[in-house]
Every structure is written in structure tokens, then in C-alpha cells.
Design a protein around this ligand. Structure first.
Ligand code: PMP
Length: 412
């Protein structure tokens, strides 16, 4: 369990030593992993926990009287408590396990959506990931609701005065990302939550790109829902979390029907289980949940403020060095941004740079990053995106800059 205030000082070499994948060579070069926005690498404690679960504890949870089932159940529920404490959720049952951010948003769009009626309005932003656009479009089609979009400026900042005008007594939910995955903008979610609440709307925060980079306190934020993915926060793939306020979750109908989510089943009528089980039908990703707990416990021992500062400095340094390259343009120049540097280079397709960087052992992402409306807004086919985690270094950025220049020599 988390020991409060016992923080490990930020020591980059010690941190890097925890991540075996970083010791690899790719095409004979030291791996430089700058694709953390897509998924993060896993520390040894998480790898060990996965191995331990499958080699010593594997069993189904919640229903077994035997020893292994009880061990797995208690570890799964302990993981829920670790996550509850980390995000400062008031209640353990407000932490729902699912398969990731996408699943969490779809669940809210379906179940909260069931409470909406024709003409109700949902507000999202111009910089959302497809998983925070499409579920709302599907809901709007199903329930004849209206989707409104907060526009952004050419810097990639939300136009907050327009947001004020979008809100009305018809607005039932505002769903925005905390940090944009393609621009790196940190959105003013505190202000968004306050303004949405003032007119009685609920707020969902897509935290897929934030919880690994900064302290998240759902009570201080007062958000109604907060979704994130395990794999982006140094945990396994296929597991994620949706935090939701108890009274709202209680008011929503269940999502999927099946085992564990019921209280009593007869052919005439089924009654549903209490939270969190009501929204967790079927056998969950047990190893995933437990090892996400391990990942969050690992993160909780690090100094998150030092991580935030380190990643901010990396992003600033990368931008400053990239801007020396002829014809290079940074996409997303918000004042408040972190950990993501997206750019385009005149006359060069992002994919070509990405391929040549790969051959030099450097992993970046190229393309639209599941934010096609952002690409349309900037009138570009895609970007080259370097996204940093706390285990990245300035030295890696120096090598990356040289590699971009070398690639350009080949392409120009
Ligand atoms: N929202 C944002 C901002 C993201 O960056 C991502 C992942 N790229 C998602 C949602 C979806 O996450 P997942 O695919 O893990 O469900």
C-alpha cells in the first residue's frame, strides 16, 4: 500500500534502470522511445506483478471460496483502493475498472445518455481524440441530442468566450480532454467544470494524457467523470478506469448485462448489483487491474511535481532545438502545454520522417493521432509527434534532433 510522503527523489538514471525495454538496441542503435502519447513503457515492478499474478495467483474473482480466488479478489480490490487514493476519489466504489479511456467514455455516452431526451445538448472541444467525439455523435443520433464544439485558436487553445455562449439550460454534459494528445495543450478544465456546473451540466474529463504527467485530484477538480487508460500510465494494456460520482452512477442504468453486475436474476426480472459491480459485467481483466494498481503505486512513490517539471523542460528544449530546422513548424503553441511536441516540415510527408527516424532507433508517431478534425483545422495531413515520459532525457533529444537533420538531408 502507498506510504504517504515516502517519495523517491527524481533520479533519471535510477528511473531508466527500472524500464528494461529502454536498454534495447533497435537496428543497432540505442532505443529512443518518444511515443509515450500512444503508450508508455512498463517498469520492472509491473512486469514482475504480471508474472507473479499468472504464476501464483491466477483465478477468477468475487465468486470463489477457494484460496486463490480470495487472494486474486483481495489484490484486485486493493488495486481499486490504490487508484482511489491516487486520484483522491471519495469512495472506492466510484472507481470502475474497464478496458480503457475509450470504454469509459462509451459507457458514459450510453448510460448517462439514456437519461437524456431529444434536444438535450452535449459540448465537446475542437481538439478531442476520436474516442471523445464518436461516442457522443452516436448518442446524438440515438437520442436526437445536439453536439456542440468549443472552437480553438491557431495556437491550439480553447476559445473560452465561445464556450460561455455554448452553455445553456439544454447543456447536459461537457466532455473535454485534460491534455490534448496531438497538441499537448493543457486545457483550463477547472474553469470548464465550474462554468458547466453553474448551469447544471455534468463534466467528463478525458484524462488519457494527463494522469501520467501531473497530479490529478478528482475532488479538487469536482469533475463528474474522469477516464484514463492503464497502458498510458505504465500499466498493462486492456485495462482502464472510469471515476464517476456515486450519485450520478447510481442514477444511470447499467451498461452491459451479465455475471457480477446482478443482485438477483429470474426470468421475470433482474435486479442489479451495487457499485462498482453494476458497471463491471463479466470476468474483468484481473491481472490488468492488479498490475495497474502496481503501476499507480510505483508512480505514487515518485515526485509527480518533479516529473511534471522534467517533462515540461524536455518539451521546451525539444521545441527550441526543432525550431532551428528550416521549414519546420510546431503545431500546437498554447501557452499552457506539456510533454507533446507535434510538428510538420515544409515539403516533407510526416510518414517519411517517421520511417527514417525508426531506422535510427527512434520511435515517434506520425499521422493524425486519432484527431482528424485537428488536422483539418490546421490544413495538414498529419504531424510528426514526439511525446515524452519522465524516463526521457535531454541527451535523447539531442540525438533525435541530429537524426531529424540527417533524415532531411536524405529527403531534400
Ligand atoms: N483520449 C485521448 C486524449 C487519447 O490520447 C487516447 C489514446 N491515444 C484516448 C482517448 C483513447 O485511449 P485508449 O485507446 O487507451 O482507450
Amino acid at each position: 500500500m502507498i506510504v504517504e510522503n515516502e517519495k523517491i527523489p527524481f533520479d533519471i538514471n535510477a528511473i531508466r534502470a527500472e524500464f528494461p525495454v529502454l536498454k534495447q538496441k533497435i537496428y543497432g542503435k540505442d532505443l529512443i522511445y518518444f511515443d509515450n502519447g500512444a503508450t508508455s513503457q512498463k517498469p520492472q515492478v509491473v512486469l514482475d506483478a504480471i508474472n507473479k499474478y499468472y504464476s501464483q495467483e491466477n483465478s477468477n474473482i468475487h465468486r470463489g471460496v477457494h484460496h486463490l480466488s480470495q487472494v486474486a479478489t483481495s489484490h484486485y480490490e486493493e488495486a481499486r483502493t490504490i487508484i482511489q487514493k491516487y486520484i483522491n476519489a471519495p469512495l472506492q466504489e466510484e472507481v470502475l475498472f474497464n478496458s480503457g479511456t475509450t470504454a469509459g467514455i462509451n459507457m458514459v455516452a450510453f448510460c448517462f445518455g439514456e437519461l437524456l431526451t431529444e434536444g438535450d445538448e452535449i459540448v465537446i472541444s475542437a481538439m478531442e481524440h476520436h474516442s471523445n467525439i464518436v461516442p457522443w455523435q452516436m448518442l446524438c443520433e440515438r437520442k436526437k441530442c445536439i453536439l456542440k464544439v468549443i472552437p480553438m485558436t491557431k495556437k491550439g487553445e480553447l476559445e473560452m468566450d465561445v464556450f460561455d455562449n455554448l452553455l445553456s439550460n439544454k447543456t447536459k454534459l461537457v466532455a473535454v480532454s485534460h491534455i490534448s494528445n496531438s497538441l499537448g495543450t493543457i486545457n483550463p478544465i477547472e474553469e470548464i467544470i465550474e462554468k458547466a456546473h453553474a448551469i447544471g451540466a455534468k463534466v467528463l474529463i478525458d484524462g488519457a494524457q494527463s494522469i501520467q504527467h501531473m497530479k490529478v485530484d478528482v475532488q479538487a477538480l469536482d469533475c463528474d467523470f474522469y477516464a484514463f487508460s492503464g497502458h498510458k500510465v505504465f500499466g498493462p494494456t486492456g485495462v482502464g478506469v472510469l471515476y464517476g460520482k456515486k450519485e450520478i452512477l447510481d442514477s444511470m442504468p447499467p451498461y452491459q448485462g451479465g455475471g457480477d453486475m446482478i443482485s438477483k436474476v429470474t426470468f421475470e426480472k433482474t435486479t442489479y448489483n451495487t457499485l462498482p459491480h453494476k458497471f463491471e459485467a463479466g470476468t474483468p481483466h484481473i491481472a490488468g487491474g492488479i498490475c495497474l494498481g502496481t503501476a499507480i503505486e510505483y508512480l505514487s512513490k515518485l515526485d509527480i511535481d518533479a516529473i511534471q517539471k522534467h517533462e515540461y523542460e524536455l518539451a521546451q528544449y525539444a521545441e527550441q532545438e526543432l525550431l532551428n530546422i528550416d521549414g519546420l513548424r510546431i503545431i500546437g503553441t498554447a501557452k499552457n502545454k506539456t510533454s507533446v511536441v507535434s510538428f510538420v516540415i515544409e515539403g516533407i510527408h510526416p510518414f517519411d520522417i517517421g520511417t527514417l527516424l525508426d531506422k535510427q532507433g527512434i520511435a515517434v508517431r506520425t499521422g493524425h493521432h486519432c484527431t482528424q478534425p485537428v488536422m483539418s483545422f490546421f490544413e495538414i495531413p498529419g504531424t510528426i509527434r514526439a511525446s515524452f515520459a519522465f524516463y526521457n532525457t535531454k541527451n535523447e533529444i539531442d540525438i533525435f534532433i541530429k537524426a531529424v537533420n540527417r533524415s532531411l538531408k536524405m529527403l531534400r
